[in-house]
Design a protein around this ligand. Structure first.
Ligand code: SF4
Ligand code: MG
Length: 325
């Protein structure tokens, strides 16, 4: 059967100015592959970004793209999703952009469980502004731009996402595009707020957690003398953390405890895969529809607000009022 959309339909001809070898290329390619394999109509997909190297992503994907303000991709993305719940919405954020200045938006987006996807470009530095320590850089790590080792603790994106209420939480690796593409597909297909934290080497400014380091450099097995890759896949070790309505409190607690242990694992072994999937909660849109019965059939983005001459024909104050929570 001939597919309606080709992989090239998701590409643009905009010149890409990321540094050679940047992990961002792997993320870009994984998003394009995911959209292609899901055969999503490019005209039904909206991609939002903030500021930073990740902010350029919408330039390179042939969908609707919005390069917004530093830290603000999520409120724009959520606003668009609520105006047009029939469209697919993806927000791409950097670790500094999304978990520094945008941390408040990140937390509050999780509380709502809006049906959208957040992809975090996690390179532990502010790449676009010369490599300062970003919120995911671990305590004591000294990357090449830092005059002294990092003096602050790191944010753990997996645990912050869990504490905020995201109902799908995964971690991928930018250079394993097959695996990352599958995670992004699952995140898009999940009903609710989904986060994919992507370990993304920045060859220009992060000289500690490099592609070689993730591949096992210095991680020598004392028995064999060989280097062991640091990254491993949760699903290869029988890990599964799906929470459903029919589970007891005890079963849920056990699953969450297991997830927290995995989320803290870092160093010689670094897990990637789906950490958490919670199927117990309605999406924000479903909750809205209970208050506004025709919300999905006639959402704000489909309502005419002016006539052909440009004069207002609708009083939208009632809609705005009904959306307030
Ligand atoms: Fe990639 Fe780092 Fe260059 Fe930014 S500065 S494009 S994150 S390698
Ligand atoms: Mg960064």
């Amino acid at each position: 059967m001939e597919l309606k959309f080709k992989l090239t339909d998701y590409r643009t001809s905009v010149h890409n100015n990321w540094c050679p070898g940047c992990g961002d290329f792997g993320i870009l390619s994984s998003i394009q592959q995911a959209l292609y394999e899901l055969q999503m109509d490019p005209s039904n997909v909206l991609i939002f970004s903030g500021i930073g190297c990740s902010g350029k992503t919408p330039h390179y994907i042939n969908t609707y793209g919005f390069h917004t303000l530093h830290g603000r991709a999520l409120p724009y993305a959520i606003g668009a999703k609520l105006a047009r719940p029939d469209l697919e919405v993806i927000a791409v954020v950097g670790d500094g952009d999304g978990l520094g200045i945008g941390a408040g938006h990140f937390v509050n987006a999780g509380r709502r469980n809006v049906d959208f996807t957040v992809v975090i470009y996690d390179n532990e530095v502010y790449g676009l502004t010369k490599g300062q320590a970003a919120p995911t850089l671990k305590l004591g790590v000294q990357t090449k731009s830092l005059p002294k080792p990092n003096i602050s603790q790191a944010v753990n994106p997996i645990l912050l996402a869990y504490a905020s209420g995201y109902t799908f939480i995964a971690r991928g690796y930018a250079y394993d595009t097959n695996h990352l593409k599958e995670l992004i597909k699952q995140a898009i297909q999940h009903r609710g707020s989904a986060v994919v934290d992507v370990l993304q080497p920045c060859p220009t400014y992060n000289d500690i957690h490099t592609k070689d380091w993730y591949a096992g450099k210095g991680n020598v097995d004392p028995k064999t003398g060989k280097e062991i890759p640091r990254i491993y896949k949760l699903e290869n070790e029988g890990y599964n953390c799906v929470i459903t309505n029919d589970m007891s409190e005890e079963e849920i607690s056990k699953k969450i405890a297991q997830m927290i242990i995995k989320a803290y694992e870092w160093g010689d072994r670094i897990p990637v895969g789906v950490f958490y999937r919670d199927l117990r909660f309605d999406t924000f849109e479903e909750r809205l529809e209970k208050r506004i019965p025709n919300y999905k059939a006639y959402p704000p983005g489909k309502q005419a607000i002016s006539n052909r001459e440009g004069y207002p024909i609708a009083d939208i104050s009632k809609i705005v009022q009904s959306l307030s929570v």
